[in-house]
Design a binder for this molecule. Structure first.
Ligand SMILES: *Cc1c(COP(=O)(O)O)cnc(C)c1O
Length: 497
């Protein structure tokens, strides 16, 4: 399988090369040159096999220039019991007759990003060895909260790499911030940016674009741990298969029965992985794109007009506070049948005017696959409370956005086929809002985020995830705060020191 850029100027790159580069040199994103397909028989042969075996099967279809041994080693080192404690790597819980939850937060940082970022460092190391780079790799990350920590955990002390994480200073939760600024490791740097996620992401993309000219003295090549890197997306395809196959194994669905997925969405990475799973032949009817008040994607999926010229809201689901959803570019490339010229035009419009409009034909194709709505913060809190009362199940705010949007989908379409809601984070990660939702505002007063971890654990008899438990005792190691304009210089300083 070869990879090409969504902007049409780069073709025939191997998977290791695409992963090593992170972003295509023409400013586009790497995508597989041809669709990958799987037959019903192949799908059925995966019922009942382990998560690791499913991962190998899927990764092997896309990452053909890695050896089987390299893929297996990477998979074994990422998805093991110590990293993902509990009986299953990606458990599916039944909420009611039509709705299931795919819990993707049993990894080290308690959010779904671990699925990709635990394995990416190993894939990248093999990629570098294969493509014969003599340089070290600098991983640049812009994070809305969860990617940063997951990438730091994945790359800390990985030989031959340095990782620099930028996060918007006011755009992440207290616990997310502490997870990052207490990060240990000899090759890590964490920097707060006075701005929002979009500004932070733009800064990183600019550094990528300018890197060939920027840094003659630097002995590093750049790569990305954001979902612009194809190496982030492939591992995410696996859990859509895993969820489907588990439901089939448990007799909840018949072979080949269609189901829906609801995905709480920000940068469009997670739901794009679901799109690829569907394209491969996984029986998915609709992908329900759930957004928060930053509902630019909802408007787009309904109207075909993508418009960032709007107020940016800070919501209680901060990892979805994004207006420029990078991975939409990949979807546009796929639904136009790889028309790079069109994609380039839309992306140029987006950059220059902050908006673009796709044609009717493209919109119809998108609507045939996707449905979208959003939830405002008040609705999200109510959903957390009601779900707790009705099912004794605690949703984090991102997943609650998805639950709320699913209810809207049901009432507007009457489509009651079995649906899997992708649960993207542990409720503990956002516990002030969760405690407020289930115990009332008063329960949160005069309490730090950490005291609230205990409050939530006691109220629900759930266990605090290991990675969050000892945070208050950890020393703060990263204190640098900069303006967006200073990102480039920070990177230069860091890599030349
Ligand atoms: C990153 C994240 C999202 C959004 O995922 P995208 O791939 O950016 O669409 C949703 N919820 C949580 C908890 C996240 O960390």
């Amino acid at each position: 399988m070869l990879y090409e850029s969504t902007r049409g100027k780069i073709h025939s790159f191997s998977a290791p090369k695409a992963i090593k580069l992170g972003m295509a040199p023409d400013g586009g994103l790497f995508v597989p040159a041809e669709p990958v397909q799987i037959t019903k028989q192949q799908l059925n042969s995966l019922v009942g096999v382990s998560y690791q075996e499913k991962a190998f099967y899927i990764l092997n279809l896309f990452l053909t220039d890695f050896t089987a041994a390299q893929l297996k080693e990477s998979i074994t080192r990422a998805y093991h019991q110590k990293n993902f404690p509990g009986p299953k790597i990606a458990p599916v819980k039944k909420l009611n007759a039509e709705l299931y939850l795919l819990e993707l937060w049993h990894g080290p940082t308690a959010a779904f990003k671990d699925f990709a970022l635990q394995i990416l460092p190993y894939l990248l190391r093999h990629a570098v060895a294969k493509t014969g780079a003599d340089k070290k790799i600098a991983i640049l990350v812009a994070t809305s909260g969860d990617t940063g920590k997951a990438a730091l955990e994945g790359f800390k002390d990985v030989e031959g790499t340095k990782i620099i994480v930028f996060y918007p200073v006011e755009g992440v939760s207290k616990i997310q911030e502490l997870q990052m600024v207490t990060q240990e490791g000899s090759n890590v740097q964490v920097v707060a940016v006075r701005g929002n996620f979009d500004q932070t992401q733009r800064g990183v993309k600019e550094i990528f674009r300018e890197s060939p000219y920027l840094l003659p003295k630097i002995t590093y090549c750049f790569s990305s741990a954001n979902s612009i890197n194809w190496g982030r997306l492939v591992p995410q395809i696996v859990y859509y298969f895993s969820a489907y196959l588990d439901l089939q194994k448990q007799g909840e669905i018949a072979p080949s029965e269609e189901i829906n997925f609801v995905v709480p969405t920000g940068n469009f990475g997670n739901i794009l992985a679901a799109f690829y799973a569907r394209q491969m032949g996984l029986p998915i009817r609709k992908l329900i794109c759930a957004t928060n008040q930053n509902n630019v994607l909802t408007d787009f999926i309904r109207t075909g007009f993508y418009d960032c010229n709007r107020i940016f809201y800070q919501t209680i689901s901060p990892s979805m506070d994004i207006l420029v959803a990078s991975n939409l570019e990949r979807l546009l490339y796929e639904v136009t049948g790889h028309e790079a010229v069109k994609v380039e035009k839309w992306m140029t419009d987006l950059q220059e005017k902050g908006c673009f409009r796709v044609d009717e034909e493209v919109l119809e194709k998108i609507k045939a696959i996707f449905w979208s709505d959003f939830a405002a913060d008040e609705e999200t809190l109510t959903t957390i409370r009601d779900t707790y009362r009705q099912y004794n199940y605690i949703l984090d705010p991102h997943t609650a956005v998805g639950k709320n949007v699913h209810a809207k989908y049901l009432s507007q379409t009457g489509d009651t086929i079995k649906t899997v809601l992708v649960s993207t984070a542990s409720p503990f990660k956002f516990c002030p809002h969760v405690v407020k939702a289930i115990l009332g505002e008063k329960a949160t007063q005069n309490k730090s985020a950490f005291e609230l971890l205990d409050v939530l654990a006691r109220a629900t008899s759930l266990e605090i995830p290991p990675g969050l438990k000892n945070l208050p005792q950890k020393a703060v190691r990263h204190t640098l705060v900069i303006d967006p304009a200073g990102m480039k210089q920070t990177v230069i300083n860091s890599l030349t020191s």
